[in-house]
Design a protein around this ligand. Structure first.
Ligand code: FE2
Ligand code: FE2
Length: 192
């Protein structure tokens, strides 16, 4: 596997400045979450570093690479082309950056939609993506940042619920994996 530094330099060239700043925020948040939950911090940082590696590819490039790399994206993702960047990103991380760890690849793959019953690393990256320090303020951010370090499953329920609301409010397409994820994680929701 390529060293962290080499991957980082290569990655930097395929990300916009804003995305790079966001990515560094996710790396930091993932590192803190890993420390908090006793998870391998280096692995969490690597997954966070790579999570948006395909996000800034132009739409036609995303479409083409999904086809060429046989990425298992569905019609819903192809219609809302940005949704492909997580599944495609896992494949790019593997092919272009030499990431072989299946757990890291899974965390990249499911960082946008989520899914039912995620691994600790998948949850760390999903939550870190939402709470990272460079995010502009929005309503559910402070609460998410707090719960993230108290109970990661409860944080999953909270973030999924707010993400689903956000997507619906804007009339955007909600992916079935996110619905499945919320159906699973709502069992951890705080009793009101
Ligand atoms: Fe992303
Ligand atoms: Fe991200």
């Amino acid at each position: 596997m390529l060293s962290f530094t080499v991957s980082e330099r290569k990655l930097q060239s395929s990300l916009s400045i804003e995305r790079y700043i966001h990515t560094m925020g996710v790396v930091k948040a993932a590192d803190r979450l890993a420390e908090n939950y006793g998870y391998d911090r280096a692995k969490a940082r690597m997954a966070a570093l790579m999570h948006d590696c395909a996000k800034d590819y132009p739409a036609d490039m995303k479409r083409r690479f999904c086809r060429e790399f046989h990425v298992d994206v569905d019609e819903i993702m192809l219609e809302t082309i940005d949704l492909t960047h997580a599944f495609l990103g896992a494949e790019v991380a593997r092919r272009e950056f030499g990431v072989e760890d299946e757990e890291i690849l899974g965390a990249i793959k499911y960082h946008t939609t989520g899914k039912a019953d995620m691994t600790m690393l998948e949850k760390i990256v999903f939550i870190a993506d939402y709470i990272e320090e460079n995010r502009k303020k929005f309503d559910s951010l402070d609460e998410a940042r707090k719960i993230a370090f108290e109970d990661i499953d409860k944080a999953m329920a909270y973030v999924l619920k707010h993400t689903i609301e956000f997507v619906k409010e804007r009339g955007r397409t909600l992916h079935p994996l996110s619905v499945e994820a919320y159906e699973f994680y709502k069992q951890f929701e705080e009793e009101k």
